[in-house]
Design a protein around this ligand. Sequence first.
Ligand SMILES: *Cc1c(COP(=O)(O)O)cnc(C)c1O
Length: 469
Amino acid sequence: MAGLDPDDWSDLRRLGHRMVDDMIDHLRDRRETKLWRPMPAEIRSALRDAPLPREGRDPGALYDEFRTLVVPYANGNTHPGFMGWVHGGGTAIGMLAELLAAGLNSNLGGRDHAAIEIERRVIAWSAEMLGMPPESSGLLVTGSSAANMIAVLVASRAAVGTGVRTAGVAAGDGARLVAYAATTVHGCVARAMDITGFGTDALRRIGVDRDQRIDLDALQAAIGADRAAGAIPFLVVGSAGTVDCGAIDPLDALATIAARERLWFHVDGAFGALAAVSPTRGHLLAGIGRADSLAFDFHKWAQVPYDCGCVLVADPSLQAATFAQTLDYLRRAERGLAANAPWPCDLGPDLSRGFRALKVWMTLGTFGTDRLGEVVDACCDVASHLAARVRDTPRLELAAPVALNIVCFRPSDPAIDIDRLVADLHEEGLVAPSTTTIGGRRTIRAAIVNHRTERRDADLLIEGVLARL
Ligand SMILES: *Cc1c(COP(=O)(O)O)cnc(C)c1O
């Protein structure tokens, strides 16, 4: 027996066709199936207790297990009623792109092959889409958590030089590098400060105004106080769409402050950056193109299947200066497969990398940015509709302004147990909002990020909540 390819390809081909047909049907009929259901104990233990396979089994039997043990108990974010956290809905063409990418099994760490050019193209398109300079460097990564972390590293190297790459962050005169973001910033930015060794205390949390946007006077005061105390301010992070309620920090004003104070300006636009392609909401992001770096996700509002985030850095020399190594075994050749420098592995922490770019390339190619912009608008329209329903319902109240696509609301009666109510909705399997805390009170949170979500799903959410009051 040679290798792992099948003796008879026709069985596998039939199985593959069946898988594709089944998954296309699954997506087509998603509204008709339950959004989510709790895993019964026997299903969970069938998955948890499965022994390490010593002998192989028929892939058809494994596929049957996938259909019965996995598909009915999936995350639910392909369902139109999914409004929890910030999850994209994915598309059938994105799914097929994953199949093609796995078939080629390309390694996008580097080397001279077409897939690298696709990723470079996707990065250039991203910069154009978001108004970043055309020469920006960038990388597709797992998500905005990784993208924000890469940006924190690049910003710190830009501030104190790349000497820390060899000497370590504790070197120097001991002065502390500090960064700024609103209290509403996503938790992964503090995590990035933690992982990179600067520490979460070095992320100064600045208060927000009534619209949940960073308070610029407080920011200015904090920078001054830190300087006076001998710290080294190096970074200010603005959010283009906060995770709680979708607020957009005043990006243009932040860019101006950052330029004046000689700070790196990073934008976390995980989902909100995609509003740039909306015909009616793009102006909300004014100033985003002035960012020194930008993190956003293709797997959220751009509907690319998980996982795919992106980091862009305006000055292309700085990302490479942060990550490139000149190890001998990675030396780039003039010709042959080892040519085509700089390689993506010079721009981030990973050496081996998959062909994430293909599903982005096929998604952008299939729909175009115009259609994706319409999806952004349609999601915002559903959010406006939901907010209007809340305003018209005496027993409900909005908990925050609706800037974009996120609606935070709650029953006026503070005695209602929000977490229980939302868990009940999840188990019913029609709609799935999540929860957050705003102004010290638990709140229902509906983030409309899925291209399949319609006004009637917002209506189902209102009805589901009212039925439980
Ligand atoms: C989702 C999100 C993140 C984290 O992105 P991942 O892709 O989940 O790693 C960061 N910031 C904001 C505003 C988000 O919505």
